[in-house]
Design a protein around this ligand. Structure first.
Ligand SMILES: NC(=O)C1=CN([C@@H]2O[C@H](COP(=O)(O)OP(=O)(O)OC[C@H]3O[C@@H](n4cnc5c(N)ncnc54)[C@H](OP(=O)(O)O)[C@@H]3O)[C@@H](O)[C@H]2O)C=CC1
Ligand SMILES: O=C(O)CCC(=O)C(=O)O
Length: 413
């Protein structure tokens, strides 16, 4: 059983605040979100009935710039989860050194059970309800679980009806509407750079290491492809429909083709089906959760066999699991660094939109690598000076940057 997402995230924040010796009032104030929005989105369904879905946008902090973060469509979206994810975005944008604050949104729905036209109506109604609270220089949404470039295209179109054409109001858009080359792959590519950097610290490399990946959506599939390209052996993979394994390594390009042809993961011919409950505790060098939060908790952490965990998902490891994993000597690379490639390239997209100038993909990828590498060096420096693990290294780096910006603006208790 996982901890409540907000309690878990806030616990990590408080540990970082104490390590930094933050003033207790500043600590309290940094935890409180700037604004929490809840809206009812009522839409006609294809069968003529009406359905109502609850949508949220939590704007956590804007001391370092416009608030930034994805929109999630998932049945488990709830206010605490969105609040936790918004807070994580504040620390993540600071760790990545992109000039943003943090926000997150979501709608409680099952996107796989809605038709394309129902999804479009839902996205448009949600945008109508929040359009006056988002904007290029206030709050810039992006895709997250269950949403994609098409969702951002509908948001952009709906927002533009009220405010005129505003490409920089969302990122992760289709290229034809001002999206950035490389954004689709960016989170997975950032995960690959982060993995390379961490393994190198231990004299290891992607090539020659074995990987288990949970989630085969945007982040998981790109991470798998890029790790496979670099010679990593992905020996087990799972999504919501089931899990598969192959000791010799799963042929990722063939799996991508199978999936793009409409095949389910569990029906892939050259791998055997395995119990999904075993996936996270499967023997491997590197475990990469790329789906839901709280999947590593006190119940399964004692059985984890991976030596390294790269948190591509947001808050996949709860604090109780963190303690167990640390005792076992498992090295955990935290979400607010490991999956920051998405928001870094979102920043490049926003910059390109504001400048009205498009970068080529090589420039996007090179700049992403520079940002990821610089953040890793800064996290290591924090770990060294505060004698802490990577999660606290990343949290103290992010929290300290936000605290400094807050104080510079003239915060008073
Ligand atoms: N997209 C981005 O740029 C970023 C995403 N993230 C984080 O990465 C994670 C994945 O996001 P993203 O790839 O965009 O989302 P997608 O919706 O594209 O993919 C999610 C994947 O997770 C799988 N999944 C869902 N529920 C379960 C479950 N219970 N067990 C196993 N697998 C499951 C889905 O399976 P199925 O396809 O069968 O439903 C799918 O393969 C999230 O935590 C998100 O917050 C972090 C930073 C940026
Ligand atoms: O690209 C973005 O703006 C945010 C992506 C996101 O939601 C995340 O990093 O969790």
């Amino acid at each position: 059983m996982a901890m409540n997402a907000l309690a878990a995230t806030s616990r990590n924040f408080r540990r970082a605040a104490r390590l930094l010796g933050l003033d207790s009032k500043l600590e309290k104030s940094l935890l409180i979100p700037f604004r929490e929005i809840k809206v009812e989105c009522t839409i006609p369904m294809d069968d003529g009935t009406l359905s109502s879905f609850v949508g949220f946008r939590v704007q956590h902090d804007n001391s370092r710039g416009p608030m930034k973060g994805g929109i999630r469509y998932h049945p488990e979206v709830d206010p605490d989860e969105v609040n936790a994810l918004a807070q994580l975005m504040t620390w993540k944008t600071a760790v990545a050194a992109v000039p943003y604050g943090g926000a997150k949104g979501g709608i409680g729905c099952s996107p796989g059970e809605l038709s394309r036209s129902e999804l479009e109506r839902l996205t448009r109604v949600f945008t109508q309800k929040i359009h006056d609270l988002i904007g290029t220089h206030t709050d810039v949404p992006a895709p997250d679980m269950g949403t994609n470039a098409q969702t951002m295209a509908w948001m952009l179109d709906e927002y533009s009806k009220f405010h005129g054409h505003s490409p920089a109001v969302v990122t992760g858009k289709p290229i034809d509407l001002g999206g950035s080359l490389g954004r689709d792959a960016a989170t997975g590519r950032g995960v690959m750079y982060a993995t390379e950097a961490l393994l190198a610290e231990y004299g290891k490399s992607i090539s020659g290491s074995t990987f288990v990946i949970q989630g085969f959506g945007n982040v998981g599939s790109w991470a798998a492809q890029l790790i496979h390209e670099r010679g990593g052996k992905i020996i087990a993979l799972g999504d919501v429909t089931g899990s598969i394994r192959n000791k010799a390594g799963i042929d990722i390009p063939a799996l991508m083709k199978h999936r793009n042809d409409g095949g389910a993961l569990k029906d892939f011919h050259s791998a055997e089906v395995m119990d999904s409950a075993e996936l996270l505790v499967h023997d491997c060098d590197v475990l990469i959760p790329c789906a839901l939060g709280g999947v590593l908790n006190k119940d399964n952490a004692p059985d984890v066999k991976a030596k390294f965990i790269i948190e591509a998902a947001n808050h996949p490891t709860d604090p109780e699991a963190d303690e167990i994993l640390a005792k076992k000597g498992v090295i955990v690379l935290p979400d607010i660094y490991a999956n920051s490639g998405g928001v870094i390239v979102s920043y490049f997209e926003w910059v390109q939109n504001i400048q009205g100038f498009m970068w080529d993909e090589e420039k996007v990828n090179n700049e992403l690598e520079k940002y990821m590498s610089s953040a890793f060096q800064h996290i290591k420096a924090m770990c060294k000076s505060l004698d802490c693990d990577l999660r606290m290294g990343a949290f103290t780096l992010g929290v300290n940057r936000v605290a400094r910006a807050t104080l510079l603006r003239g915060w008073e208790a």
